[in-house]
Design a protein around this ligand. Structure first.
Ligand code: EPU
Length: 422
């Protein structure tokens, strides 16, 4: 079978500017949220990634019209929408298709949808989402891989999340937007993507308070209308490029970012000794330094994002001494470590921790992107390695990074795609 791979000739110094795209993890919730409106919603800053293409396919199944004006402008028009069963392969290609649960349950009081897909990071249950829907008055049936979630009416209530889950917070608040009365989500997640979704819903006419804190209050409304919205920059893409710059850039500017969103990463890089100037919407990195080993722990926002753990681990293979990363969000999210070890790294994984013994010279090898951020860590490693690295299963990378190869080539990297027989 023919498949596309990414090849990277390592060792080239990088220089220049990288422009960060709109946030993937906001976009994948904003698109389902948009269908709750009665009229067209225009979203600007939409990244050109596979997850967006799959979500657009799902919209078309529901007879929601979409129009792409500029490459990153999408207008979503749900005026003639039909609440069909979402049983298509597009649903199983990404995790975030589960946001149609909250959006359609809220709008129609009924949704039928296949179990969502996405990166395998160890078990990823959705029990908190479902408990939230039940608390609002919905009944749930799961038969043959298909969820049916329906309610005669949704009534606002108090919901305490056992874990501050990003997905559960967004899903429950979307369902609650059309519930009767007030819903309070306690121990809500505080990620910037949640604020972005609430900003969109508020422009559409929702009554939501407290986004960005751990208590979100939603007062039900009857209708939402169309609006215009610009997506926040992708803090994980920003962090990935800052890590790349620390590894390989003489001087690289990472622009169109909100540095506060990646404070925890910047603090860790500073501790390693990375030379950076942080300003309002960009970070200038003078990389290729000699770095110190550090200890780090992934945590809910504003802690170090789990999605940056893999790229940071790749950089730490070049730091002097023993680093330790503890993963508290997805304790099994260490598949990238096997791939990095194939390239010459010395990483011991003792779940939920990885110990990285550095510095170790990396060599170009055939490696596999087992998930999106594993793919990002292999790009970091490939840029640092001696020789040519071939990354397989790059569909994971294309799900979440817009033109990572083009952005890097503009800065002097040697990275290209090839179709190979596998
Ligand atoms: N959890 C439950 N039950 C639930 C929901 C979550 O036990 O009902 C657990 C999860 O298993 C996990 C923890 O709670 O251990 C956090 O999960 P969360 O719900 O916060 O994650 P998510 O919403 O599934 C989003 C991002 C992930 C990111 C996490 C960080 C999207 C589409 N995905 O996932 O992004 O790692 O938040 O919390 O927004 C990525 O971009 O590579 C990625 C995986």
């Amino acid at each position: 079978m023919k498949k596309e791979v990414i090849r990277i000739e390592g060792g080239h110094e990088l220089n220049g500017t990288v422009h960060i795209s709109g946030a993937k993890n906001a976009t994948v919730a904003l698109i389902p949220a948009a269908v709750m409106a009665d009229g067209p919603v225009t979203i600007v800053g939409v990244p050109n990634i596979e997850d967006v293409k799959n979500l657009t396919d799902i919209l078309h199944l529901m007879n929601v019209k979409t129009q792409v004006k500029e490459p990153d402008h999408i207008t979503i028009d749900p005026t003639e929408m039909e609440n069909v069963v979402l049983d298509d392969s597009a649903v199983t290609k990404l995790r975030a298709s589960y946001y149609f649960m909250g959006a359609l349950l809220g709008k129609y009081k009924k949704v039928r949808i296949r179990m969502p897909g996405g990166c395998y990071l160890g078990p990823r249950p959705i029990d908190l989402h479902l408990k939230g829907f039940e608390a609002l008055g919905a009944k749930i049936d799961y038969t043959g891989g298909l969820y049916t979630i329906e309610a005669e009416k949704l009534v606002g209530t108090r919901i305490f999340l056992d874990f501050a889950s990003v997905g559960a917070t967004i899903n429950i608040l979307m369902a609650a937007v059309f519930a009767e009365g007030r819903t309070t989500i306690e121990n809500a997640a505080k990620e910037p993507e949640i604020i972005d979704v609430v900003t969109l819903l508020s422009k559409m006419g929702a009554e939501i308070h407290g986004a960005g804190t751990n208590v979100i209050t939603i007062d039900g409304v009857k209708h939402l209308s169309g609006c215009f919205h610009e997506i926040i920059p992708d803090r994980i893409e920003a962090g990935t490029f800052i890590v790349i710059a620390a590894a390989m850039a003489k001087e690289m500017t990472v622009e169109n970012i909100i540095p506060q969103h990646i404070d925890a990463l910047l603090a860790k890089l500073q501790e390693m000794g990375v030379d950076m100037d942080v300003s309002i919407d960009k970070v200038v990195v003078r990389g290729r330094g000699r770095y110190k080993a550090i200890d780090a722990k992934t945590l809910p926002y504003p802690g170090l994002a789990t999605d940056l753990q893999a790229p940071l681990t790749a950089l730490l293979t070049q730091a002097t001494g023993d680093s330790e990363i503890t993963e508290t969000i997805y304790p099994q999210r260490f598949k990238h470590c096997d791939q990095l070890n194939t390239m010459g790294a010395d990483i011991d994984v003792r779940i939920p921790r990885a110990q990285i013994h550095g510095p170790k010279k990396l060599y170009g090898m055939d490696v596999y992107a087992t998930d999106l951020r594993c793919g990002a860590s292999l790009v970091v490693a490939g840029l640092m390695a001696e020789g040519v690295t071939t990354i397989h299963d790059i569909y994971h990378i294309d799900r979440g990074y817009e033109g990572i190869d083009q952005k890097l080539n503009r800065c002097g990297a040697k990275i290209w795609r090839e179709t190979v027989e596998e």
